[in-house]
Design a protein around this ligand. Sequence first.
Ligand code: GAP
Length: 516
Amino acid sequence: MAQQEDVFKKLISHSKEYGFVFPSSEIYDGLGAVYDYGQNGVELKNNIKKYWWDSMTLLHENVVGIDSAIFMHPTIWKASGHVDAFNDPLIDNKDSKKRYRADVLIEDQIAKYDDKINKEVEKAAKRFGETFDEQKFRETNPRVLENEAKKEELHTRFAKALNDNNLEELRQIILDYEIVCPVSGTRNWTEVRQFNLMFSTEMGSTADGAMKIYLRPETAQGIFVNFLNVQKSGRMKIPFGIAQIGKAFRNEIVARQFVFRMREFEQMEMQFFVRPGEELQWFEQWKQARMKWHKALGLGDKKYRFHDHDKLAHYANAATDIEFEMPFGFKEVEGIHSRTDFDLSSHEKYSGKKIQYFDPELNKSYVPYVIETSIGVDRMFLSILAGSYCEEELEGGETRVVLKLPPALAPVKLAVLPLIKKDGLPEKAREIMDNLKFDFQCQYDEKDSIGKRYRRQDAIGTPYCITIDHDTLNDNCVTIRYRDTMAQERVPIAGLEAIVRDKVSLKNVFKKIAES
Ligand code: GAP
């Protein structure tokens, strides 16, 4: 675990050193849980968004996009349930004066049982070597079984407390399991209270009578209130989806873990409108489709898992998370929810406008049901960074830090490096760059030794470096160096575009999704 935390710290400092993520307002000592994306971070983030957007709108004929405003009529948040029910249970430690989410403290406690079980499995795997049967061990080892039973007991009690909205019971669990404040180490806890996560501001001047409005805590409501606009103007037939990427804001109590939990973040959400009664079938379909989308990036299938919700949100009749193995354990990156007709019906009620779809095949009108896929751009970004970060020992005792980013997402696709800064090599390098810069994000670098320049590109995940040497001037060939293997080969300049395009195009990732 300590080793994992160490990796996480390194990842955070690497992100800053190489222009991926900076703390917001840093020269004023920062602002809690708000971050800025740097020159490489914004490219990676844009590539992630493009991967999502294109997969939704190009691969699905019946999914279209919108871009709704962040400011919306305040009654929307009443109708959606956010004014009354968008709360987190918080608890304070009286000694450290630190505030925590009661549910997160208990979830961390549950995760400790998993850690214990995994340690037993690791120990046994080492002891038994190749003959080790992990499944049998998990099913029969008394210590594993004991920890499984304890975990299950806590989990059941916790799920019931959440579902009953029983704040006293949440506190009692914290006391019974002797959960201590990580800062003070004491169990001197306050009561558990509910805390609404929405930020509010005012629109209009006070003289006119200002209106309290909210910064949206999810982009989904912008889609719901535009359901009729899109359906009618696009002549959409059910089933169909509306996709949107945009900022969302939440006044998170426990803002930690870097860009995992931010107060200002970005979501990529898609609402898929279906016939009532068909929603669970579509839920299953989107669950599988979204998992394929993640796995197609090639970071390793074992890094992903589903986690079904213990407590369904006020609008859902089924929900699951796609979790990724972050340096701090498996954590939610995406939520897939069957939201029933809750939102559209509620907007019908609050707005007084009929929000229904006439189904020509059934010859009747109904309020459609909704399957939602909702993924945080920033969490996806973190999962990609964490899954790509490697420290490698090289021959001669040297080490290199390399981001083995999926090439289609890498901020820079190709580095163009003249071997030396004279003899016409920079001019030749510029000529190559000028040809390729319309197709790919290229970076020109002539400073320092070639080895140092390779390291700089490894550190930002550039899949290809090409070196222009004296021979290039005669044979029109360059040396291409591959990031992951560090292998080098001589290729004609005329073939470069095809080589690079083959690996960095999103098309190949989409083909993988289609084949899987
Ligand atoms: N419309 C449904 C919805 O918003 P959610 O599970 O609350 O559902 C969806 O959020 C996704 O948004 C999460 O899976 C996560 O990736 C991202 N997300 C939520 N809160 C976040 C935060 N404070 N910081 C970064 N990402 C967040």
